[in-house]
Design a protein around this ligand. Sequence first.
Ligand code: FMN
Length: 187
Amino acid sequence: MELSDAIKGRRSIRRFKPDPVPKEVIEKLLELAQWAPSAMNRQDWRFIVLQGPQKAELLKVTGSAFGDFKPMLEANFKDMPKVIDAAKVFLETMGSAPVVILAYGGKFPNGKEDPYSVALAVQNLLLAAHDAGLGAVWADAAVFFREKEINALMGMEGRKLACLVPVGYPNETPKAPPRREGRIEWR
Ligand SMILES: Cc1cc2nc3c(=O)[nH]c(=O)nc-3n(C[C@H](O)[C@H](O)[C@H](O)COP(=O)(O)O)c2cc1C
């Protein structure tokens, strides 16, 4: 796939077929993720790949976040109850993705959090998933409301959870949201 086609053709996928994704395919996505640039080449990210019972445990926690998320959804999506219902189902199921990857950031040498390097790695992962015929999405609503609980479940300490990335074969073909004008200034 041409790089420009991969960049423009990638969509956030929130509904997945139940078909399992071979381990080698997930390994390849994570290998490509780690070719991202990183601050001082520290590559200080961590990925946890969840399937089966551990994923089910995670979904209990993410699903429990809906009550806290609802007021924000209602304020942002007035008169769009379908969007709110879809957000509930997504939190409870992560779109039925067979795999959910947790992406954790690391630190700069001065001890400050580095949220950037892991974000670039996740973008690589999203593009690589698209190139492999898979779907994925950067999902962080559960992180806003349940980060502590998720980290406790994972036994992860001292790292910022950037996002959850459900991965699987797409069961939807969303339209590309148009890109907005006026974001660039030439001076
Ligand atoms: C920082 C960030 C947070 C996001 N959080 C969520 C999320 O919690 N749930 C979700 O379904 N999509 C989430 N998305 C995906 C965006 O909604 C999506 O990228 C946007 O609507 C544009 O659609 P596209 O990715 O198909 O181009 C997030 C994306 C980013 C970059």
